[in-house]
Design a protein around this ligand. Structure first.
Ligand code: NAD
Length: 348
């Protein structure tokens, strides 16, 4: 039997990516919707075979506790609301899948981890790239040691973010600008590719002058992460540069380029290898899979088997700690040291 999900928030991601992705899921199905717009909820429910008595608004959300069909609450609201709805879902005894960034601050993220642990429900952060085949293949190759020691990761995530009238430019709802929204993919990927935790970070912010969109949040950030092995990740994110979402790894005996690493689709991958004096460049073709469906099915599988998700709340919390160090560095102009953490479980 498929695991039942309630989607909270019917914005662009829910309507354009997640609801269509459920059609490709093998273990999950949408069984409830939570929206501030009842008419929209009714139409969407009809399209997806969701019962009309399984529609909630943000006020009546807590009644979800009485709906046994809902096993997982998937929070797809502006970032500033993730904390509140995770706590409410945990109090209702439901497992939580939370969109990235997990929260606005590390303190909120820590509370979310604690609340879900206390309620004995699972908490997963929707880091879709960790469920996407090209990123996983590149990670496996890096960690296999075949290409020797990794020296540099370069990760870029840019896209032009236009209209001023949206929550992404309001600090209370977004937590920050390009960093938590899209730079987070660079940060999280550098960590999951390498399986290491950074020990020092450095960041610079640049905002266009007199642009009202960037009164509260940053437009562009360039940042560097230094890992215990000596690996360095150079990352850049911006709301002011044309779309570009690539990741490259430079290793002792080759390189790995993942084009569109952070995009919804269109990934491709090239690997250069040195063998003796010869150098070969190989283009890898993997079967395209819907990464949202893979991520949702992973959560369903964890509910069915009792396993811990591959991207649990702790993963989001660690990213928030690092993002706070990046903002501190940008403010002071100085590198910021992070406490040494044990390297992540390599089997992740
Ligand atoms: P969106 O603006 O399209 O949708 C947000 C929804 O929240 C809307 O339906 C809106 O009505 C509702 N909402 C409820 N309370 C609100 C409030 N106080 N202010 C504004 N809106 C409110 O946003 P989105 O792009 O769908 O993003 C939602 C979440 O998903 C964010 O956390 C975002 O970071 C994340 N996201 C993730 C990905 C990904 O690839 N994993 C992509 C896009 C967005």
């Amino acid at each position: 039997k498929r695991v039942g999900f309630a989607l909270v928030g019917l914005g662009r991601l829910s309507l354009e990516q997640l609801l269509p992705a459920f059609a490709e899921c093998r273990q999950a199905r949408p069984v409830a919707l939570v929206s501030g717009t009842p008419d929209k909820a009714r139409i969407v429910a009809e399209q997806h075979g969701i019962r009309p008595d399984a529609l909630y608004d943000y006020g009546s959300f807590d009644r979800i506790r009485d709906n046994p069909e809902v096993q997982v609450v998937y929070i797809v609201l502006p970032n500033g609301l993730h904390h509140e709805f995770t706590l409410r879902a945990a109090r209702s005894g439901k497992h939580v899948l939370c969109e990235k960034p997990m929260a606005n601050t590390a303190a909120e993220a820590a509370e979310m981890v604690q609340a879900c642990a206390a309620a004995k429900v699972k908490l997963m952060v929707a880091y879709r790239c960790q469920y996407e085949p090209y990123n996983r293949q590149a990670t496996d190759l890096l960690r296999s040691g075949e290409l020797g020691r990794p020296r540099f990761i370069e990760a870029v995530n840019t896209q032009v973010q236009g209209e001023i009238d949206q929550w992404r430019f309001k600090k209370a709802l977004a937590g920050g600008g390009a960093l938590p929204d899209i730079g987070l993919y660079c940060l999280n990927s550098a960590r999951f590719y390498s399986g290491e935790e950074p020990v020092e970070v450095f960041a610079r912010i640049d905002n266009p002058k007199n642009d009202p969109r960037y009164r509260e949040v940053e437009e562009s950030m360039a940042f560097m992460l230094r890992f215990p092995s000596g690996l360095i990740a150079n990352c850049a994110c911006s709301y002011g540069a044309h779309e570009s979402k690539d990741l490259r790894v430079r290793l002792e005996k080759g390189w790995i380029d993942v084009e569109n690493a952070f995009a919804y689709e269109g990934q491709s991958m090239r690997v250069a290898r040195r063998a003796g004096r010869a150098e070969g460049i190989e283009e890898l073709r993997l079967s395209q899979k819907n990464q949202f469906a893979a991520e949702i099915d992973h959560m369903a599988e964890c509910v069915l088997t009792g396993h811990t998700p591959r991207t649990p709340g702790e993963e989001g919390l660690q990213d928030h700690r690092i993002m706070e160090a990046l903002y501190r560095s940008a403010e002071t102009g100085q590198p910021v040291a992070l406490p040494a953490a044990d390297t992540l479980d390599a089997t992740r």
